[in-house]
Design a protein around this ligand. Structure first.
Ligand code: ZN
Length: 307
């Protein structure tokens, strides 16, 4: 009897392990992503498909700068794609245009290899602490020290990669409070970071310092840099022209005016939603509910004296 029971126990254990493995395997496998590359000229390549647009710049001396990193789950595939573009060029600098996971997925992999990481000072601070978004309780653990930005700035400046100069600057409180742009004057290519989302409504991340009024202001700054020929890279979605920037600035300014007007008249979030302040843009950008809710909430720290 004992013997049979033991055999049956072992057989059941085996089945259980197989069942568990069957359930876990999809989680253990990192699905290969469809990543695409597009040559933008003058040493610049756009890498898309890892969760956010990545800009890769290879200077004349072979040195490589990477702007944003996509999601961490695709980090190795992203790095392989970048290495394919640059012929395994030496990555000397990684820039994070803000702290969100879609931008910072290469930080651990490259930080562990001693690559310098550059970002706004506020981005470094967010990446060094635990963040829980109050609207959905999504939690983001701090990155290890080696994966946090090693060099930061406050306002604007220049960087040298090989013999090329690159300009960067702060976009104040916009999508978060650590947004920045990166501009390549020789190629006339501008990465606008999280201020630009061109494939749907952006996350209006007021919890880490963004607000709807700041999005419109951030676009004003980008409009001063861009000319008619500038290739503009958003954090997500297809490339943009200056005319697209102007349309996006006008859209956010209109939405800001409507939501802030209602807010000052003591509208509740539900009142604001009921007024559909994004009505004429919904066909292009999709269901606006989360964006409108977060945009309304983003006004609280700006318009409520005791908040
Ligand atoms: Zn973002």
């Amino acid at each position: 009897m004992m013997c049979f029971r033991k055999i049956r126990f072992v057989a059941n254990l085996g089945k259980t392990i197989l069942l568990l493995l069957g359930l876990l395997m999809p989680l253990l496998q990192v699905q290969a992503q469809d990543m695409s590359t597009r040559d933008l000229g003058n040493g610049l390549t756009l890498v898309s498909g890892s969760g956010g647009n990545i800009l890769v710049f290879q200077a004349g001396n072979g040195e490589v700068l990477v702007v944003d990193g996509g999601l961490e789950q695709y980090a190795q595939q992203t790095l392989d794609t970048i290495n394919g573009v640059t012929g395994n060029g030496d990555i000397s600098l990684l820039i994070n245009t803000h702290w969100h996971p879609e931008q910072t997925g290469l930080n651990t992999l490259l930080g562990n290899r001693g690559v310098r990481i550059f970002a706004h000072e506020n981005t470094r601070q967010w990446l060094g602490t635990s963040i829980t978004h109050p609207w959905d309780n999504s939690t983001f653990a701090p990155l290890p020290l080696s994966a946090q930005p090693s060099e930061t700035f406050y306002h604007y400046g220049d960087l040298e990669i090989g013999d090329s100069q690159i300009r960067y600057g702060y976009l104040r409180q916009a999508h978060t409070d650590g947004d920045m742009y990166v501009y390549f004057p020789e190629a006339n290519v501008l990465h606008g970071g999280g201020v630009l989302a061109n494939d749907g409504w952006p996350l209006m991340d007021w919890w880490t310092g963004g607000w709807i009024g700041g999005l419109a202001n951030g676009l004003e700054v980008l409009l001063e840099i861009a000319d008619e020929d500038t290739i503009i890279v958003p954090a997500n979605g297809p490339l943009m022209s200056k005319a697209d920037l102007q349309a996006m600035r006008d859209m956010y300014a209109t939405i800001f005016q409507r939501i802030s007007g209602g807010f000052r008249a003591a509208n509740s979030v539900e009142d604001t939603l009921g007024q559909d302040p994004t009505a004429e843009f919904n066909a292009q950008f999709g269901d606006p509910e989360d964006f409108v809710r977060r945009s309304h909430e983003s006004l609280i720290p700006h318009y409520t004296p005791d908040a």
